[in-house]
Each structure stands twice: as structure tokens, then as C-alpha cells.
Design a protein around this ligand. Sequence first.
Ligand SMILES: [Zn+2]
Length: 652
Amino acid sequence: MPRYIPDDVLDQIRLRADIVDVVQSYVPTLKKSGPASWKACCPFHHEKTPSFTVNQDRQYFKCFGCGKGGDVFNFVMELENLDFSSAAEQLARKYGIIIPETPRRGPGGSRRESLDGQPEYGSRERLCTLHEKLAEFYRDYLVGHPDGPVAAYFRTRGIPDDIAKKFCIGASPDSWDAAIQFARKEGFTDQELRDSGIASSKDENSTHIYDRFRNRLMFPIWNESGRVVGFSARSVEADPQGWKYVNTPDSRIFHKGRLLYALNFARTSIPKAGAVVLCEGQLDAIAMHRAGVTHAVAPQGTAFTADQAAILKRYTSTAVLATDNDNAGREAVFKDAAILLPLGFNVKVVRYPGAKDADETLSKFGADALAGAVRDAADFFEFALEHALSNVDPSTPAGRAAAANDVIYWMIQLENEVTREFYFDWLAKKLNVPLSSVEKVAERRLVDGARHAASAVRRQAGEVPPPKPRNTSLDNAVFELLVLMLDSEEYARKAGEDLPENALGGSVTGKAAEALILSAMNGEWKDAPSSILTSFEMEGADVSKLVEAIDLAAGRSAERAAIEAAWKDGTAAPPASCKAADPDLCVKFFRNTYNSSVRIILADHYQRERTKLLAQLKAIPQDAPERKALFDEIKELSSALLKLPARFKVVI
Ligand SMILES: [Zn+2]
């Protein structure tokens, strides 16, 4: 039931909770821009130039970008995703205003509260209180049971008392109902225990409930404004039977994609440090805080989300990624960067020389070493280039091109053009290639991105031209084969078996086809097209035909997928552009294209070889001993030529 908040209390809150003060606690970048006006980048939408304004005289905020506006209550409601009563309660708590404990809904009750209509407030508040009481219960249990298995494990982590107290680390008893009994005694209902995720049951209808967290190390999770809204519970067994971590399920107060562990502690340090340190988990975040890196947070048990990034953007534009020093950690760096770079974050990466993560660095080398590792974090692009170069041979132009291709992919995610230019220049120098080549590749990537998006739309609308008819000339054959191989790894491998080296000629498409075949044979087909394209661009070659082939192949893949989908479930209609709405015909089309292309390429190749041999034959004396061998070779080529139509049949 919504809590009744008398109008005079609301007025008191309005009077004390100055909107500039409140907004600034969430948006530290808010700056004075006039006698009574303040400005910042909007916390509700992504923008580069500030259009979010706060008027101190009128106690009102307004964003001219997204249109959001209102008073201090609206601001807190919007930002914390709260109903009106909860927002008022939060402000009252912050400014030391007491709301009378009478949960009645008076006839003259708050106007806004009656509009609110949701029985949200009371239950929300109670759920937070339940969590806070339980957090203390768990903490007391850990302190009171130093001989228990959780305490024994906890000691191995070497976390000092003051930090354990600050983070309210606790232990859940090895019992099916200890938390439930405690909460019942505190006056909470079984429904509330279910709603909060503290208790679970076999199924929804079952009346029997039991403790979700048993015999685990308990980490309370606070929301941005410092209320406990959930728990993360770590198993203390060396080889846990169940999950290593059990977390509170999403509830009315717990949204894991929008929570950042330790943000309640870090929110004042982040603007001071000018950066946020993003750790993998709670223990790493705690290690950072122990080492004095108090601007560290961790996403909540899942991958970092765009919602979490948007929250951090209110505090800072620099993110220092502190992921583990292993493959999964490196992968996480790239995933996080994909979210952070387009939002305008400056991204850095912590390296832990001689340790696997923050916690180990702290225990092995001490607080200064960990703080130092954060201070010396590498620029993300340096990290990306190092990573890219570790996968290639940097002494070859092809290797450098592949590395450049990888790194440029990340650079074009940068929203700021000046920053982008700066990094292009940096990369060109690092790889010892002209800046213009890097720019050309980047431009191509940007154009490609836009064109692929556009052609995807066209494809969805069924506007793709049907595949072209069979080729007749060699150039066409090479082109058709290239498209086919870009679309199908299987055909790229098959071409590797059917075609001798140098059969594809010296054109860009011929060389690209050869490179693609080689990649397919080496199991690198998937990533080959973009690095092949880049290496041609770096050489300054005309890549228009290659780009056309890549586009066509992408169109065909999409089309075939649509046909297959249509056939599998029999419901979806095949795309309008596909005349052969029949997978068998489709397969036949590809096989025919392959056979006719390879036939033309091989015929040309054999003929050229034969002409060469004939010239050699003419040039040597009639009685030379090698004439016999030359004759045999020529005969073999002629017979291979004759066999081509049977070897590579075209079936209509
Ligand atoms: Zn806005």
C-alpha cells in the first residue's frame, strides 16, 4: 500500500532538497552556466554537447535533447526508476526529514500519491529493510561463528576487519530456514521473503519455502543510493556441487543489469579520480578498495551492460577495465569496449604482470603494486594492437594489414572525429604505413557498415537482384568463383583441391580468390575477407570488384538462409527476389556456378601452359633429349582439357 506522505512533509523535502544538490550527486559534471542555471550532458539520453539544464530559482530541470523535465521528485523517480513515494522517501532519508509512521491514506492525501496508484512504495521500502536486516544477520553470523566453514574460507581471502565491516561481508548458516525464521521474527511475511528472492520454493504454488542462500559467503549488493537490494553468495567449497555464485533473482528492487557493485562507495571517488575502474567481480572490486583504489566497481554477476555504462557516464568519461589476465578476461575487454567506445568513453586496460587478477596482485605484491597497475593502465588501442599483432606475423605486409584491420575496426567506434584522427595517425606510425592507407581502410569500413545496413534493408524488402546467369569469360569466372567462395567455406576448400597454384591470374579478384582459398585450407576462412580487403587497400589497389563480390556473397547468404527457413517450417515465404524458391534448385545453382567457373579457369590455365610448352618445344633442336618429356606433358594437358566438361558438369 502506498505510504501516505503529508503535504507539509513534501514541502519540507522540497525546501531542503535543493535540485542542484540532488542532481549534482548523480551528475557530478553539472556546471554553473548562468546566475541561476546549470548545465550538463543529459543523464537520460546519450549526447555530446550538454542540453540538460537545471534552474535553481525555479527548482526545475529540463533536457532540450530528449524533452525530460520536472522537479526534484521527477528527477529521482526517473533516474532511480522509482515511484513517487519511494523517491520522496529517499530524499527525506537523505535530508534527514522524518515521515510519520502512519500508513494511512487520508482523504486529503498527497495529490501525487493518489495519481501514483501503485501499491509499490510500502512493499519496496519493506523489501529494502528486509535486506538490510538480513545483511546484518549474516555479518553477525560470520563474526559469531569463527569455526564454521565459511569463516575458515573467508580467512583465506585475507580481507581485513575494517573492509569486511565496510562491505558488510557475512555468512549464511548451513540451514534450510535460518534466514526465514529470522525474517519472520522481524515481522516479514512469507510472500515478502519470496518476492525478495531470500526464500525459494520448488514451484510457485508450493507453500513450502526454504532459504536460497545456505552455507555461503554473503556479499550484500547496494543500489546507487546505498540501499541493500540483494545478495551475491559465493560457495566456500573447493569443488562446489552447485553454482560457484548464487545471486538474488531480479525483483522489484533488484535489476542486475542496472546495478554496479560498490558504486554506492565509489560514487564520490569516481569524479575525483576522473575515472571508474571496472572489475570482473566483487572480490576484485574489494581488493581495489583495499588498495586505496576507491573508484572501483563491478557489474553484477553478468556481463557489463549498456544500462550500466550509461549510469557510469553520469560520473566520468574514462573507464579503466580491470579484467582477469587470461583469455576470458581479454575477451571481456573487447566486449566492454564495444559498449563503452560508442558512448564516448576513453577506455584503458589494466595489466597485472605476474598475477592473474587484482586480488592476486594485492596478495602477492601489495597495495602499491595494485594501485600502480591501475595508474599504468594501457590505452585500449595499444592493448588492441598488441593483441592483434600477437595473432599475425608483423614482419609481413599481410600480417600488418590484418592487424591494422582489427584495430581500425575499434577506432571507427569512436564517436569523436578528432580523437579518431589522432588514433589513425598513431596506428600509421606504429605499423609504419602511410596515414592515408589507414584512413582509406577506415573510410571503407564506415561506408561498408552503412552499405551493409542499407542492403540488409533492401534484402528484407525483397529487392535483391537474382543471381547473375552463368559466366562466359575468364574474368567473370574468377569473379563468380570468388563470390561463391566468400559465401561458402566448403567451396573455397574444394577449389583448393581442384585448382593448381597460379591458376587464378594476377587481377585483384584472382589474387583475392587465391588468398581466400589459402585461408580456407588453413581454417581461417571466416575472418579472411576483411583482412584480404585491407591488404589490397593498403597496397592502394582498386578494390571495387572485390567489394562487389563481398556484397553479393552477403546477399546470397542471407537469401539462402531465408529459403532454408521457408523450407524448414513451411510457413515463411521465400524472398521475392529468389526465383528458385527451392533448396534443391539452390544447391544446383551453386554447383553449376562452381563447375562452370572452375572449368573456364582450368581451361584457360591448361591452354596457357600448353602454349608455353609449345613455345619451348619450338625453341629447342629437333634431336634434343628433353623433347620427349615436353611432348608427354603437352599430351597430358590436352587430355586434361578434353576431360574438363565431364569433370565439371553443368546440370540444367
Ligand atoms: Zn536528455
